[in-house]
Each structure stands twice: as C-alpha cells, then as structure tokens.
Design a protein around this ligand. Structure first.
Ligand code: NAP
Ligand code: GDD
Length: 362
C-alpha cells in the first residue's frame, strides 16, 4: 500500500476546544492534515479558541470537522473511530484543573483515567477488526511526579499529589500497558506546565496577566492568589504541540518528557509580570486567599529534557520572561491598554494570536 503523506492524513483530537487542542488543530491543518475534533455539547458556544479556523459544515473539503462526543461515552468514541478512520489520535481532553480535582475527584477519574481506557479499548477493537493502524498520543503530565524531587525525566518515580495526578498516572500506565500487551503505537507525552494567551483564566499564569490588565484598566484592585512559593517549569504551548506530533512521527512508540529545564516560583511570575508594566511594589496589588491552597501541593517541578533533545531534536525557544511578556501583552491589548502593551517587545517565536481570540477571551 502507498505510504500516506501528511496531506492525506486524518487526525482525531479530543479536547480540541482547549488551549492545546486549538494550537494542535492549527499545527496539523498547516501540515496538511484533516482534523476531526471532539467537542462537548454546551448550552453556550465553547468553540471560541477555534473560531479563526472554524469552517461552516456546508463547505466542501473541510479541514476541521467537529463531532459531539464525551470521554465518558464509550459508544460514541468507538463509533467516531470507525466512522473517521483516523491515522492519529491525540487525547487532550481532560478535567485539567488540579485544584478542581480535589472537589470533583470521581468525575476527574472517570474522564482523565477511565476515559483513556475507553479510547484504548476502542482503538484495539478497531485495529483488530479492520487491520488498520492508529497512532495514539496521551496527554500525560508532570503533575504525576508530584512530590518526587527534580529534575524529573522519563525514569523518575511518580508520586502524585492530587486526584488529577492519580488519574493521569492510571492513564499513563494503561497507555504503556496497551503498547506492550497489544503492540499499539501508543505514547505518553509527559508535558510540564505550558501556557499562552489561550490559557484558561483560572490557571495561575493567566490569572496573573489578566489580573494585571484588569487592575490597570481600573476594574479590579487586587489579584487573590494561594501558594506563591510553588515552583513550575513553564513553557510556551504552541511549541509543545509540535512535540506531540513529533512523538507520533518517531520510529518507535516511546514516552518523552517535555519542558524548558528551568523553573520559577509563582512569586517570580508575579514580580516579572508586574515589572513589565513598571510596577515594583506588586505586594500592594496581591492578596492571599487560603481557598486557593491545595490539600497537598506539588512544590517543585523542573524537567530534564535530554531525551527529547537527543531523539526528537526538540528544544524550546521561548523561556520564562518572554512567555510572561507574550501573555501579558495579549491581556493588555484585550483590555485596550495599547500604551502598556507596546512597551513589551517579543521575539519572532511569539505566535500572532487571531483578533477573534483576543476579543472573546476577555
Ligand atoms: P484545557 O484548556 O483545560 O482543555 C481541556 C479540554 O478537554 C477542553 O477542550 C475540554 O472541553 C475537554 N474536556 C473536558 N472534559 C471532557 C470530557 N468529559 N470529554 C471530552 N472532552 C473533555 O487543557 P489544556 O491545557 O489544553 O491541556 C490539554 C491536555 O494536556 C489535558 O489532558 C491536560 O490534562 C494535559 N496537560 C496540560 C498541561 C498544561 O500545562 N497545559 C500540562 C500537562 C498535561 P470544554 O472546552 O468543553 O471544557
Ligand atoms: N490555579 C491557581 N490559582 N494556582 C495558584 C494560585 C491561584 O490562585 N495561587 C497559587 N497557585 C499555585 C498552585 O498552588 C500551583 O502550585 C501553581 O500555582 C500552578 O497552578 P496552576 O496554574 O493551576 O497549574 P498546575 O501546575 O496545578 O497544573 C497545570 O499544570 C499541570 C502540569 O504540571 C495544569 O495545566 C494541569 O492540567 C497540568 O497537568
């Protein structure tokens, strides 16, 4: 059989409406793929991050096709795989908020752990019945390392500290088990925190950059945060979706750690972001609210990305200060604070966000 080129490939992406899903859909469409995305039914539109690449269902030769589905619904997942016949599946769908996972642990486990089992079972069944091959990417997380000291790499022991982390460990192990037991091309990308202007507004980085814009716009007086001492290895989301694709093009199915190799505290992020708009006395604008503390915290994450560098040739270009600038500039523009925004200079690695996203993510 003739080998498929990227131009003729089909990808199925769960979580396509999320931060990573929207960047991955753009990335794959640019490569020539047809992207099928699973979206959840909601009472209001939940496709804001896709609006700039959305195509009317009546158009011919569409490159982005959306289907209703849910990771809790095995029948629909199975039906979609048979119907779409994808070459690659990227499982990015998840209840992705660590703090929220302490409040809805059973739901988190159902989607983030058992949801992955549902997908893998459907893929196994599909491969056995059709003789076709599907490559599978699982969005694993540095949160799985939890309390194990860094730098963390592919050999580091997991010690999860949240229902989210525990669910992701189950998903990681299940993905590896299906690879070993049934020969599936199934891989885990163990991604450290990655951010962007499309980051959900309740994750700490975006909460800070958006909060600063709201303070400067006169809408809020303070940003209320929790633990300022936790350290994270924060990278830039558009670069991380490229790594996902690279893992599925690798000759062998293997797991990879993806990060920047440096980490900073939440307080560092606050100080850097306020510093970019010329505010040194940031403590006047930040309050601590214990409701944002977690029952068990992950204190220190930092990636050892030697394997990804060596085997995938992947290396991030955007580091901490520029990432902070990219996010802050976007939020300043969204609130009409052009004078402040213009002062933040960015390199060529910063993706131009479509205006529609700027407007809608307010
Ligand atoms: P995100 O912005 O929160 O997006 C999550 C996506 O999952 C959304 O499209 C959401 O749909 C969808 N989803 C939620 N529940 C679902 C369900 N029951 N069935 C189907 N889809 C569902 O997350 P992200 O930052 O893009 O992260 C993508 C993936 O990478 C997640 O699995 C996350 O756990 C993992 N991860 C993220 C990071 C990071 O730093 N960003 C690091 C490591 C791993 P709605 O839009 O309808 O809510
Ligand atoms: N969200 C949030 N809100 N976090 C806060 C706040 C606050 O007000 N104040 C302090 N923090 C601290 C948290 O306690 C945590 O130590 C750190 O900021 C980062 O929190 P989040 O931005 O919520 O990210 P996360 O590290 O818990 O989880 C993200 O990264 C994981 C990869 O390590 C998510 O994207 C997960 O889905 C992902 O797997």
């Amino acid at each position: 059989m003739a080998k498929k080129t990227a131009e003729s490939k089909k990808a199925l992406v769960t979580g396509v409406t999320g931060q990573d899903g929207s960047y991955l859909a753009e990335f794959l469409i640019d490569k020539g793929y047809t992207v099928h995305g699973i979206i959840r039914r909601a009472s209001s539109f939940n496709t804001d991050r896709l609006e700039h690449i959305y195509q009317d269902p009546h158009e011919r030769n569409k490159r982005l096709i959306l289907h209703y589905g849910d990771l809790s619904d095995a029948n629909t997942i199975r039906k979609l795989i048979y119907q779409i016949q994808p070459d690659e599946i990227y499982n990015l769908g998840a209840q992705s908020h660590v703090k929220v996972s302490f409040e809805i642990p059973e739901y988190t486990a159902n989607i983030d752990a058992v949801g992955v089992l549902r997908l893998l079972e459907a893929i196994k069944d599909y491969q056995e019945n059709t003789g076709r091959t599907v490559k599978f990417y699982q969005a694993s997380s540095s949160e799985m390392f939890g309390a194990t000291p860094g730098p963390q790499n592919e050999e580091t022991k997991f010690y999860p500290r949240s229902p989210y982390g525990c669910a992701k460990v189950f998903a990681f192990d299940t993905t590896r088990n299906y690879r070993e037991a049934y020969g599936l091309f199934a891989v885990n990308g163990i991604l450290f925190n990655h951010e962007s202007p499309r980051r959900g507004a309740t994750f700490v980085t975006r909460k800070i950059t958006r909060g600063i814009a709201r303070i400067l716009a006169g809408l809020d007086q303070k940003i209320y945060l929790g633990n300022l001492e936790a350290r994270r290895d924060w990278g830039y989301a558009p670069e991380y979706v490229a790594a996902m694709w690279q893992m599925l093009q690798h000759k062998k199915p293997e797991d990879f750690v993806i990060g920047t190799g440096e980490n900073h505290s939440v307080a560092d992020f606050v100080e850097t972001a306020f510093g970019l708009v010329g505010i040194k006395d940031w403590k006047n604008y930040v309050g601590i609210d214990p409701k944002y503390y977690r029952p068990t915290e992950v204190e220190n994450l930092v990636a050892d990305i030697s394997k990804a560098k060596k085997e995938l040739g992947w290396e991030p270009q955007v580091k901490f200060k520029e990432l902070t600038g990219i996010m802050l500039r976007h939020d300043l523009e969204a609130y009409g604070l052009e004078t402040y925004a213009r002062e933040i200079k960015l390199s060529k690695h910063a993706v131009n966000e479509p205006t529609i996203v700027q407007q809608r993510l307010r």
